[in-house]
Design a protein around this ligand. Structure first.
Ligand code: BGP
Length: 474
């Protein structure tokens, strides 16, 4: 067999705050990413308390997908997409997060987007939280530290899942909450995009704050999973994790152990959501730091009843467990791998890492996996209206070939591949447009210039053929 199965979900993934714009339209409230400025590889994004006139906030206009979704979805359909992962911006449904009644205009907008996808035979895969928290919940309610926020989240989830009952089957409770891990030093960017707070400004015991946020979000995730299935038993619920496998520096047993431990960062929450209980090893580890997490009998039931139907996997890169004298550093805090090349943004390119991760995760949990993000951020140059992005084709081809081996040779149950950023959009970590992922180029630059016009790149035709031949040409 050289083809991937007929019903394999080929497609792409996007997120509201990175593409929609229209940040004050149809009753949307301000969300945490609306206060994130643009940055670059060298200059980190800033997170401001007010909208400052001399700064630029890329989510405000983004690529204007809020208004262009029909044309953009038509372009995805022409490529042959079977699935598109979108996110719903919580602040369009409950602008402050704590209202009694939802904003009908927000509900109606996403209904139209979902119907448009269905019209083109594209399966909508809906993420309920992709860094889009109403800012009020951070500033007035202490973000995920406050159990009340779990209740607000569940109310929002109920509203949305009931509204689109029968239209959406695949739901994702959270995107990449795993980047908050008390075990390691976090960076401002990750604590901000996930929970709206800057790591450097956390007062008191930082580890304790991260542990509590991580626990409460995990609890919210399992409660939401049960809720979504209770609303419609045909619903399939997953959670998306951003997983960066960690390799040992060499075969010295101490280094192997170090790498094994470092993998906990990305896996302890998957354990919690798949094994029916919050992992005891994590609770004990917290105790070692004098952090106590109270798991109530009610929580225990929630973990039992809220196990996942599938695992969503965002894969970009691998890293090496940090050793004391290694200066090189990755975004996730490990060291660079000398055997691998890196993207312009320092992300190691490791196609085999995807096969390794698919096997590792499938053998650990036995659940179906969807690759919910994978791609390369690169600088594209337009020459006479064309973009020859062979580097993107090389990256995707190499990764898809390894995915194919995992499915066909290793028998991993992977039922979809959603390329990240099928249309150029705002980078989450840097806030740039320059870091482009798409098959479709958007004429928009970091200085705000550009007419937002769309152009297909060489990779657009390439992916169209891969989908058409079910991966036979890889
Ligand atoms: C993932 C996020 C996405 C996306 C992607 C690429 O972590 O889920 O939102 O942005 O990374 O990252 P970046 O945009 O920073 O290149």
């Amino acid at each position: 067999m050289t083809k991937l199965p007929k019903d394999f979900l080929w497609g792409g993934s996007i997120a509201a705050h990175q593409c929609e714009g229209a940040w004050q339209e149809d009753g949307k409230g301000p969300a945490i990413m609306d206060y994130a400025t643009s940055g670059s590889y060298e200059v980190p994004r800033q997170f401001t308390m007010t909208i400052e006139k001399d700064k630029s906030y890329p989510s405000h206009e983004a690529i204007d997908f809020y208004h262009t979704y029909k044309e953009d979805i038509a372009l995805f359909a022409k490529m042959g997409f079977k699935a598109l992962r979108i996110s719903i911006d919580w602040s369009r449904i409950y602008p402050r997060g704590d209202e009694e009644q939802p904003n009908q205009l927000g509900i109606e907008h996403y209904r139209q987007v979902i119907l448009e996808l269905i019209k083109h035979g594209i399966e909508p895969i809906v993420t309920l939280y992709h860094f889009e928290m109403p800012v009020t919940l951070v500033r007035e309610y202490q973000t995920w530290l406050n159990p009340q926020v779990i209740e607000f989240y569940l109310k929002y989830v109920k509203t949305v899942v009931e509204a689109y009952k029968g239209l959406v089957k695949y739901w994702v409770t959270f995107n990449e909450m795993n980047h908050i891990d008390p075990q390691s030093e976090a960076s401002d960017i990750f604590t901000y995009i996930i929970a709206g707070i800057k790591y450097s400004e956390i007062e008191g015991n930082k580890k304790e704050v991260l542990a509590k946020i991580g626990y409460n979000m995990t609890l919210a995730g399992v409660k939401a999973t049960k809720l979504i299935r209770d609303i419609d038993k045909n619903n399939q619920v997953g959670c998306v994790f951003g997983i960066t496998p960690v390799y040992p520096k060499d075969c010295h047993p101490d280094n192997v152990m170090k790498a094994f431990k470092a993998m906990d960062r990305d896996f302890y929450q998957i354990d919690a959501m798949c094994n029916g209980c919050f992992p005891k090893y994590k609770l004990k580890e917290y105790e070692d730091y004098q952090i106590h997490i109270e798991v109530t009998p009610e929580d225990e039931i929630a973990f039992k009843e809220g196990t996942l139907d599938f695992i969503g996997m965002n894969y970009y890169s691998t890293e090496v467990a940090k050793s004391d004298n290694d200066e090189s550093e990755t975004l996730w805090g490990g060291s660079q791998n000398p055997y691998l090349q890196q993207s312009k943004w320092g992300w190691a390119i490791d196609p085999v890492g995807l096969r390794y991760l698919l096997n590792y995760t499938y053998r650990k949990y036995g659940l179906p996996i969807m690759v919910t993000e994978n791609g390369i951020g690169a600088v594209d140059e337009m020459v006479e209206g064309k973009i020859h992005d062979e580097y993107r084709i090389d990256y995707l081809k190499a990764h898809l070939s390894e995915l194919k081996k995992a499915v066909i040779e290793d028998h991993v149950e992977c039922f979809g591949y959603l390329m990240w950023g099928p249309i150029d959009l705002v980078s989450a970590t840097t806030g740039e447009m320059k870091k482009r992922y798409g098959f479709i180029y958007v004429d928009k630059n970091d200085d705000g210039s550009g007419d937002l016009k769309r152009y297909t790149k060489d990779s657009y035709d390439w992916y169209q053929n891969i989908i058409q031949t079910q991966g036979e040409d890889l």
